[in-house]
Design a protein around this ligand. Sequence first.
Ligand SMILES: Cc1cc2nc3c(=O)[nH]c(=O)nc-3n(C[C@H](O)[C@H](O)[C@H](O)COP(=O)(O)OP(=O)(O)OC[C@H]3O[C@@H](n4cnc5c(N)ncnc54)[C@H](O)[C@@H]3O)c2cc1C
Length: 386
Amino acid sequence: MKYDYLIVGSGLFGATFAYRAMQAGKRCLVIDRREQLGGNVYCEDVEGIHVHKYGAHIFHTNDKQVWDFVNGLVPFNRYTNSPVANYKGKLYNLPFNMNTFYQMWGVITPEEAQAKIDEQKAEAVKALNGREPQNLEEQALTLVGKDIYEKLIKGYTEKQWGRACTELPAFIIRRLPVRMVYDNNYFNDAYQGIPIGGYNVLINKLLEGADCVTGVDYFTAKVSDVLHDFEDERLLKDAWREIADKMVFTGKIDQYYDYRFGQLQYRTVRFEQETIDTPNYQGNAVINYTEREVPFTRIIEHKHFEKFGAEVYANPKTVISREYSTEWQAGMEPFYPVNDARNAEIVTQYKALAAEENNVIFGGRLADYAYYDMAPVIQKVLQMSI
Ligand SMILES: Cc1cc2nc3c(=O)[nH]c(=O)nc-3n(C[C@H](O)[C@H](O)[C@H](O)COP(=O)(O)OP(=O)(O)OC[C@H]3O[C@@H](n4cnc5c(N)ncnc54)[C@H](O)[C@@H]3O)c2cc1C
C-alpha cells in the first residue's frame, strides 16, 4: 500500500516530478491545499474562456528538450506575447523597439532613434556629475533616458514595488534592452505558446496515474484526510513516513520549519475579474497601464491567449482581469520573493536545514524561495535523477 513518493503541491514542479517518477514505475500520492490541481498555472473555465486564475502565464523557453517534453504531452499554439503600454491614453508597443520609438518621437530610422536615446542618456549622465546612479530612477535614466523612463517605466515600477523609484535600489534594473528593429515579440526565446486547450490539459497529462487529493494542507491534514479508507487521526506531517518512502515538498520552506528563523516576505497580486458582454474588449491579451495614477498595473484579456483572428468573435463575451500589485500578508497567495538582504539571510538558514533532511526533496518556487519561470521549473525536474 505504501507510496514511493508523497508529493506536496501539484504545481509544475510537483506534477512534472510525479510524471517522471511514474515513468520510472513509482507510485505517487499528490496532495494540494487548493481545491484544484496545477498550482499557479491552473485555469478556470468562465463562459468557455480559460481564465488564468493566478496570473497570466505565457510559456517560453530556449531549451528544446523542455519544449519537446511539453509538446509531447499537449501541442502548444502560436501565441506570441506582444504587450502594449497605455500611458495617459496613448499606446506604445513593448518591449522597447522601433515601433515604440516611432510612437514616442516620430523617428523612422534606427539611426534617428539611437541619436534620440543617446542624447537623453547623455543628459542623465551629465546630471549625475561623475557619481554612480544611487537609485532605480537614476539608473534607468542613464540606460534609456527621460522619455522612456517617465512614460513607460516609472509609474509601472512604482506600482509593482509599492515604493518610489528614488527609494528603490539601482541594481533592480541592470539592463534595459532596446531593440533597433520593428519587433514587438516580448521574448527572445526560440519557443513560446500556450497549451492548446489550456494549462489544465498539461497538468492532467502530467498527473495521469497518480493518486491526487485536493483541498488538504500538509501541515493540518490528518492521514485519514488523504487516505480515506484509514481511520488514522494522526497528522500527516508526523506520520507520512509510514505512507511514503520519500516526500517532495513544494510548499513554503519557512512554514516547513515552523518559521523558526522568521517569516520570508513576498509581494503578491490581487486580481479583479470581470465578464463583459463584448467579444473583444481591448484587442490584445496584455495591456500595461504605466501611469502612477491608474491603480492597476495591467489588464489581461484571457481569450486572446487561445483565440486568434475571427475566432475571437465566436464568443460574444470576454473575461478581463485587472492586476493590482500588493504587499503580501498571511492568508494571501505568496507570488514574488523579495530579494533583499534580510530575506536572503533567512532563506540561507532554512536551506541549510533542508540540505540535512533525509528522504525529503525540496523544489519549486516556494521551497527554493526563488522566482522561476515555468520552463526552468520543468528543466530542473528533467535534470533530476529519479
Ligand atoms: C503572477 C504570476 C505570473 C507568472 N507568469 C509566468 C509566465 O508568464 N511565464 C512563466 O514561464 N512563468 C510565469 N510565472 C511563474 C510560474 O507560475 C512558476 O514557474 C510555476 O508556477 C512554478 O511551479 P511550482 O510548482 O514551483 O509552484 P506553484 O505553481 O506555486 O505550485 C505549488 C503548489 O503547492 C501547493 N502547496 C503549497 N503549500 C502547500 C501545503 N502546505 N499543503 C499542500 N499543498 C501546498 C500550492 O497550493 C500550489 O498548488 C508566473 C508566476 C506568477 C506568480
